[in-house]
Structures are given as C-alpha cells and as structure tokens.
Design a protein around this ligand. Structure first.
Ligand SMILES: C[S@@+](CC[C@H](N)C(=O)[O-])C[C@H]1O[C@@H](n2cnc3c(N)ncnc32)[C@H](O)[C@@H]1O
Length: 217
C-alpha cells in the first residue's frame, strides 16, 4: 500500500518512486518505429533517438512496452513523434491535437488514432479507460496542464500521466510544485530518465506499473 505524496527527495515508499531510484534499462524505440520517421524538412529524428535524460521518447516507448491491450492517450500530437514512441504492441494510442500538423512522410501505425479536438474545452475527448497518457501542449504555461490534471482528478481517472517540460519556465515549475502537493495523486520528477526540459509522472493512484516491470543491471 502506498501512502502520502511522492516528493522529489525520494523519501517516500510509493511504487513509481521506487522504480525510478533503480538503474533503469529503458526500452528504446524499436527499429520498426524508427523506420516510420519522415525525412526531409520534417526530419526531427535526431530528437527521437536521443537517450533518456536528453529526450523522453525512450521513456515513452519503455512505459508503453510494459502495457498490453491498453489505451494510451497522447495529448499534443504535433509531428506525431510521441504517438509513434507510444505505439507498438497490442496497445491503442489516441493522439489529440487542436490542429493537424503531421507531416506527409510520417507513417503512423494503424494502432494510432489521431483526433482533432481541444481537451481543455471537452474533457470527454479523454476516455477514462486509458491506462497511460502523455501531456505535451504548447505554449507551456502551466495553466493548461493544471486544467487537465484537475479534469482528470474530477473524473476520478486512475491512470498515469507523463508531463513534459515541467522545468521549462516559471509557469511550468509552478504547475509542478502545485501537482506535488495534491493529496489525490503521487507526483514524481523523472527528468533523469526523461526530457532535459523536465519530465514528471503523475500517478492518479493507479496500479498499472509495478517494480517488476523494470529491469536492473
Ligand atoms: C510540443 S508539441 C507536442 C509534441 C509531441 N507530443 C511530440 O513529442 O512529438 C505541442 C502540441 O500541442 C498542441 N496543443 C496546444 N494546445 C492543445 C490542446 N488544448 N489540446 C491538444 N493539443 C494542443 C499544439 O497544437 C502542438 O501541436
């Protein structure tokens, strides 16, 4: 049983906190996924391939690889890279954006459904059956992020949310400070295995990720 909030000081006993104090062997995006990256002016593949601690795509691919027959929500499709990292296996990915910016060359797998819509205005776009979600909407002001977390708490979602860019600016740092003190969730800074601009995991009291999902040397 877990109790209390996860703090960034590692002095708690929550499941996900324990996961990230271990030396992680994150599953990188597979070659099959890398083959789907677009070329030309939309070639951002160098970011996709950067290691954990610089970019978060390895972390996303790794978390998704621990799930089976699950729904994953990707909030902020942009060029489709996070959706691609989350795809593969038997999971389905629902990727939401307010505008379609995906490049022509990007081949998203059939397991990825892209939908245009604004979750801030219609929270029902986010199915509560989702196990894992990634939140990366810009401009990052910390206010949109807070609204999404409040919506998910209000709807009693019990999944796990990965938040990108939690250290990007004052607004995002303030959002993260707010999230850490929420009694309804556990919040853990995983920047060391995520994006150098800050990656946080907010666990809405789910039991989807367990220590035995992760590998140690
Ligand atoms: C930083 S990009 C996402 C990058 C993407 N997740 C990736 O890793 O490749 C941010 C995206 O959020 C989208 N966005 C902004 N506000 C949004 C909202 N309310 N709902 C969904 N998407 C939104 C923007 O249109 C933009 O495409």
């Amino acid at each position: 049983m877990r109790s209390g909030n996860i703090c960034d000081n590692g002095q708690n006993n929550a499941v996900i906190s324990h996961l990230f104090t271990m030396k992680l062997d994150l599953h990188p995006p597979t070659d099959a996924l890398l083959d789907k990256l677009p070329g030309g002016c939309h070639d951002h593949s160098q970011y996709f391939k950067l290691p954990p601690g610089q970019e978060h795509y390895h972390l996303l691919a790794h978390l998704a690889s621990q799930l089976h027959d699950s729904l994953i929500v990707d909030i902020g499709t942009f060029l489709g890279y996070s959706a691609l990292a989350l795809s593969g296996g038997s999971n389905k990915v629902l990727s939401l954006d307010i505008i379609d910016l995906k490049p022509d060359g990007l081949q998203l797998p059939d397991s990825v459904e892209c939908k245009i819509g604004n979750m801030l205005e219609d929270d029902t776009l986010f199915p509560l059956t989702a196990t894992l979600a990634v939140l990366d909407v810009n401009p990052h002001d910390g206010l949109k992020e807070r609204t999404v977390v409040e919506q998910l708490i209000g709807r009693k979602w019990n999944g796990t949310l990965v938040c990108d860019d939690i250290h990007l600016n004052d607004g995002m740092r303030s959002f993260w400070d707010w999230a850490k003190q929420l009694p309804e969730v556990d919040a853990l800074d995983v920047t060391n295995v995520g994006h150098c601009t800050g990656t946080g995991i907010i666990d809405f009291r789910s039991q989807h990720f367990h220590t035995d999902c992760f590998h140690t040397d």
